[in-house]
Design a binder for this molecule. Structure first.
Ligand code: 0A1
Ligand code: ZN
Length: 858
């Protein structure tokens, strides 16, 4: 009874939501694990749902399953199988459904459902993977307690919840039972079986619950779990202190797997992680890795309340859990490290990924209203813009009312599958505000442009703002949004005359005045990046340099330096202007200011990315030339190096800290600034110092940093080979090696290098991390990827067509490297369209990739 081929994809629409016909009171699952023939026996206690459609027929999702038997109340039934599931006639009242299916985890290369990674069984069920495990109402609003029994000879057998009985079958096969008392949707189900080792610890909650913590890894990786464990305990304590949320089971398990489509997954009590976001040692992980591990461990842990205890009614509400959980993990990381530095990093990410998405063919609202494949909507817009929307809400209502609203949300909706309307109603009830206009942030796509004009007259300073959101696919007209604009005013001597004030803009055009000023002030607008908008403001370089030197808002100090650099670069690309001396002088001051956090100084010195410059040129109506951008950016970096040369050696030495590596933010900040100094010095000495550094580095941050500079300087051949000799045994370190070589390569060599690397036997392209490292690494080398010959597009296109056969989800996500095509010249546009059309015409293309390619082509 094998099912037929999948049906033609149809769009799912928010407006069509209807509850399921039945309620699941209990789920009992038994797994007899076998790589080629796993048996899954499922028993569901069901009853009619008074709130759902009434009738005597039920539908269960199911994909790629072989149905062995099915029964209702113990009597065999023959359901009608469809490509997406089954229909079955059911009794009028409560009944028990039982079925047995067979699946083959070994052949599951899509890494969705039950699959195998290095001989270990694991699952990924969000969003719709559970239907590849058994027949089930696989939708987030169906919540039930799960009892799971796993039968297997594997030494470690895990599932959600608390451990239960264990035993041995007559044939000697061991079994274990797990009981999860918290009703959950199927997307939070997880099972792991393998030869694993635990790094264990304990945590006592505020209510004195003793929780066993385990991080499960492959043998040999046990000594790389300490940082993740430390981050987990800090996350648990932080959620108690800041949000009053405690953990609610006796055990919390984390498992690291090498083959994983995303970063990690918040399955109840059994989080599954991409191993790169768990495993760390000073020798193998960079500062950035440590930071990401901390943030992702926190993110998944925080989902226990925002996502698991309160889940989503349907997948259109994805931002309900993701936006809020990202917001929470950003708050956590800020508290653990530095609030302004974290904010700058988050805004850099937001602009690089979300603004790019929001200003191209894939733009969609934070809460989309239709989709073909939900896996394509785990986007920067849903996650990062979703978090920004919460940040704005908090700013508008204030910290105290935000805390009250969150307490009410947890109280009112615990155990619910909720909606964005529920979320906003909580804020309306607490604050008595009308949030109807604010809710447009959830339904309108596109990044609002905010322009401003100012006047000063008889002591009154007036800011006149205008907002406009360009059309996005399917949304031609945009209405004004509520924009919180945090503003401060500085006097000409640099003192602050008006401290941060939040202006609430609601109209298309709106003025705000400040009286009683002795002189025309310098405005510091959108402090802390108080709204995800693009601010257009004509201001001169002198004013930006003034803000870079004097603003009391650290974010805006950085922003002033950033916009200065951007402006200089745009003039260098467009008019062949020389690097601006004012800009270099301002940098010189920042560099020498020891009162500033080294991490902050490193961020000020870092130039805008080539992609960022391309987007700005496009926004200004100029067609970007990736080669010219690369040359200009290089030239500005050279000018920085020459201008700052006298200070660089001393800075490098000052940032060299004695003693062994520690991953804390302070030490990492010094290394970041030290690396910038080394990078600039490399432009002057051709790499001599970087070569010394490569030889002496005792940690991956410095070793990899130096290697990248040597590659960029054209001195990479020998160190690249030595690095591979040293680290060939380590899969995660080798991912960095693949990535760096194409990413740092001179643009004209990038594609050939990628082609050569792709031939290597250790380029295991079916592993998503490896694929992303090499193919994604090339796409991140903007001038190399956009090589005028089109070789970069063809290379990436061919690999995407190939990967689609084994892993549609990762393929579909990577098609976004082409989303910026409308920016470029006619030749490049033609070549990209040709590549995308070729992908679209690949026989048997997945629904995932087909949807993405057709949206990108528009
Ligand atoms: N919910 C996870 C991310 C995630 C989403 C989808 C996945 O498979 C399609 C896997 C993981 C998170 O936010 O961390
Ligand atoms: Zn998440």
């Amino acid at each position: 009874m094998k099912d037929a081929a999948p049906s033609t994809p149809q769009a799912v629409r928010l407006e069509d939501y209807t509850p399921w016909s039945h309620v699941v009171d209990r789920v009992q699952l038994t797994f007899r694990l076998d790589p080629r023939a796993t048996r899954v026996i499922s028993r569901l206690s069901l009853e009619p749902n008074p709130a759902g459609p009434q009738g005597r027929r039920m539908f269960l999702h199911g994909e790629g399953l072989t149905l062995i038997r099915a029964s209702i109340d113990g009597r065999a039934v023959t359901p009608d199988l469809t490509p997406d599931g089954l229909y079955c006639d059911v009794p009028e009242g409560p009944f028990t459904w039982e079925c047995e299916v067979e699946i083959a985890p070994e052949g599951n290369t899509a890494l969705e459902g039950l699959y195998m990674s290095n001989g270990m069984y694991c699952t990924q069920c969000e969003a719709e993977g559970f239907r590849k495990i058994t027949y089930y109402p696989d939708r987030p609003d169906v919540m039930a307690p799960f009892d799971v029994r796993v039968e297997s000879a594997m030494p470690v057998l895990l599932s959600n919840g608390n451990p239960g009985a264990t035993g041995t079958l007559a044939d000697g096969t061991p079994w274990v039972e797990w009981h999860d008392p918290w009703p959950k949707p199927s997307y939070l189900f997880a099972l792991v079986a393998g030869d694993l080792r635990a790094h264990s610890d304990r945590f006592t909650t505020a209510s004195d619950r003793d929780v066993a913590l385990n991080i499960w890894v492959r043998p040999g990786d046990e000594d790389r779990c300490a940082y993740a464990m430390d981050a987990l305990k800090r996350s648990m304590a932080w959620d108690e202190q800041v949000y009053g949320r405690e953990y609610d089971l006796d055990v919390f398990n984390i498992v690291a797997v090498d083959d994983f489509n995303m970063g990690a997954m918040e399955n109840k009590g059994l989080n599954i992680f991409n191993s790169k976001y768990v495993l760390a040692s000073p020798q193998t992980a960079t500062d950035r890795d440590y930071e990401l591990i901390e943030g992702i461990i926190a993110h998944e842990y925080f989902h226990n309340w925002t996502g698991n205890r309160i889940t989503c009614r349907d997948w259109f509400q994805l931002c309900l859990k993701e936006g809020l959980t990202v917001f929470r993990d950003q708050q956590f990381s800020g508290d653990q490290r530095s609030v302004p530095v974290k904010r700058i990093e988050d805004v850099l990410q937001l602009r690089a990924r979300q603004f790019r998405e929001d200003n191209g063919p894939l733009a969609h609202p934070v809460r989309p209203s239709s989709y073909i494949e939900i896996n394509n909507f785990y986007t920067a817009t849903v996650y990062e813009k979703g978090a920004e929307v919460i940040g704005m809400l908090k700013l508008l209502v204030g910290d105290a009312q935000y805390a009250e609203a969150l307490a009410l949300y947890f109280d009112r909706h615990d155990g619910d599958a909720a909606t964005i309307e529920d979320w906003l109603a909580v804020f309306e009830d607490v604050t008595k505000r009308d949030l109807r206009q604010f809710s447009r942030w959830y339904t309108q796509a596109g990044t609002p442009r905010l322009s401003v004009e100012e006047t000063f007259d008889a002591g009154t300073y007036t800011l006149r703002f205008r907002q406009r959101t360009p059309p996005t696919p399917g949304q031609a007209e945009k209405l004004p949004q509520v924009i919180p604009i945090a503003v401060g005013l500085l006097a000409p001597d640099g003192s602050e005359v008006v401290p941060t004030t939040v202006l609430e803009m609601t109209q298309e055009e709106q003025s705000f005045s400040f009286d009683g000023l002795a002189a025309r002030p310098v405005p510091s607008l959108l402090r802390g990046f108080s709204a995800p908008v693009i601010l257009d403001r004509a201001s001169d370089a002198a004013e930006r340099a003034f803000l870079l030197a004097h603003d009391t808002d650290a974010f805006n100090r950085w922003e002033a330096g950033r916009s200065l650099a951007k402006e200089v670069l745009l003039r260098m690309v467009g008019d062949n202007a020389p690097p601006s001396a004012d800009y270099l002088a301002a940098l010189d001051q920042v560099l020498a200011d020891d009162t500033l956090d080294p991490a902050f100084r490193a961020l000020v010195l870092q130039l805008p990315s080539e992609d960022d410059i391309a987007q700005s040129l496009h926004d200004n109506g100029t067609t970007p030339d990736p080669t010219a951008i690369h040359i200009a950016r290089d030239a500005l970096a050279h000018a920085q190096a020459e201008a700052l040369a006298p200070k660089l050696p001393a800075l490098f030495d000052a940032m060299t800290r004695p003693g062994p590596y520690t991953p804390d933010a302070e030490a990492a900040g010094c290394r970041a600034l030290r690396h910038i100094a080394l990078s600039l010095l490399t432009r002057l000495d051709g790499g001599d110092r970087a070569a010394q550094e490569f030889d002496r580095a005792d940690n991956m941050t410095e070793e990899l940093g130096a290697l990248g500079l040597l590659i960029r300087a054209g001195r990479g051949t020998d160190p690249v080979a030595r690095f591979a000799e040293r680290w060939g045994h380590d899969r995660l370190v080798m991912d960095k090696w693949f990535q760096l070589q194409v990413n740092m390569a001179p643009p004209e060599q990038a594609v050939t290098r990628a082609e050569t690397l792709a031939q290597r036997p250790d380029f295991d392209w079916k592993n998503p991390n490896k694929f992303r490292a090499l193919i994604g690494g090339l796409a991140a080398n903007a001038a190399g990827f956009h090589d005028p010959s089109g070789a970069g597009y063809r290379f990436v296109g061919e690999w995407l067509s190939r990967l689609d056969k084994v892993n549609p989800q990762t393929t579909a996500r990577m098609t976004t490297v082409f989303e910026t095509w409308p920016r470029y010249d006619a030749d490049r546009q033609d070549m990209i369209r040709e590549t995308l059309t070729r992908i679209a015409n690949t026989p048997d293309l997945s629904r995932d990739t087909a949807e993405m390619v057709s949206r990108i082509l528009g």
